[in-house]
Design a protein around this ligand. Structure first.
Ligand code: NI
Length: 267
């Protein structure tokens, strides 16, 4: 069990690459070139149910020295998100989004409430809750009905509390001068990128460019059997300096609406 930030981040990475071995492979491709890999951010997903809001999920990170640093609305996906930064800038930013249940159907709300009701009382406040995985039982049918309305809700139902993605900070990769070069290298290595909305989301003008792999498919054990479903992706972020000379540390809502589609069915 993870009790401090270092061990929590380490546990999250190990769990993430166990589900998404491609991330470890890509990581190794970078280190083989002599690059050192820094994480730009780790993305976590939840619902705005009072027991598991962004603020509840963020609490252990705040206790470990993170500070609230910005919030975002993703209207198309019905999401609200906040990001947190650590004073040690080599620590990844933590990006936590929540599905706004009041904007979803009554059926979805009832289903999600019944999942959350299964979380043992108080477990959501444990330090390493965001690396515990799925704290409820869910059937294939429930997963599939959630997916029809919101692939985000389906993902959280199937995978629970664990990173949805890690993100490589491109600026720290000395062997790539830009994101296009990085994307070409990855494609040359047979890595498929998410091209929904174009391979590169964002522009230097909005101070952030991102690309990502497609989510891999994994077999998940539901309470009534197994199903192969989209899991996690690996993301790449290039940041640009603001007019004051500081690198932009925020996120761009318009780009992320597209990035969220990396875990949609059928891509
Ligand atoms: Ni991201």
């Amino acid at each position: 069990m993870a009790h401090n930030l270092e061990s929590l981040l380490d546990k999250m990475w190990k769990d993430y690459v166990a589900i998404n071995p491609l991330a470890q492979k890509v990581y190794n491709l970078f280190t083989t070139r002599g690059d050192s890999v820094l994480n730009d951010h780790i993305a976590l997903r939840t619902f705005n149910h009072p027991r598991v809001t962004v603020d509840v999920i963020a609490k252990p990170f705040l206790d470990a020295g993170y500070k609230y640093s910005g919030d975002y609305h993703f209207t198309e996906k019905k999401l609200y998100a906040k990001h947190y930064e650590h004073k040690d800038s080599t620590k990844p930013k933590i990006f936590i989004s929540e599905l706004r249940l009041e904007l979803c159907s009554k059926e979805l709300q009832t289903t999600v409430n019944s999942l959350i009701a299964q979380i043992p009382q108080g477990q959501e406040t444990q330090f390493d809750f965001s690396s515990m995985g799925r704290p409820w039982k869910v059937t294939k049918e429930t997963y599939q009905s959630l997916m029809k309305e919101s692939d985000y809700a389906g993902w959280v139902a199937a995978f629970g509390y664990r990173p949805n993605h890690f993100t490589v900070f491109i600026n720290a990769l000395k062997s790539f001068s830009n994101i296009t070069e990085l994307n070409s290298f990855l494609k040359g290595q047979g890595v498929q990128l998410n091209s929904s909305g174009g391979e590169i989301k964002g522009t230097p003008e909005v101070f952030l460019e991102q690309s990502s792999t497609l989510a891999n498919n994994v077999e998940v054990e539901f309470s009534d059997g197994k199903l192969t479903v989209p899991a996690c992706y690996y993301e790449f972020a290039k940041r640009y300096a603001l007019p004051n000379g500081q690198l932009y540390q925020g996120f761009v809502a318009a780009s992320a609406d597209k990035i969220f589609e990396s875990t949609s069915k059928g891509q």
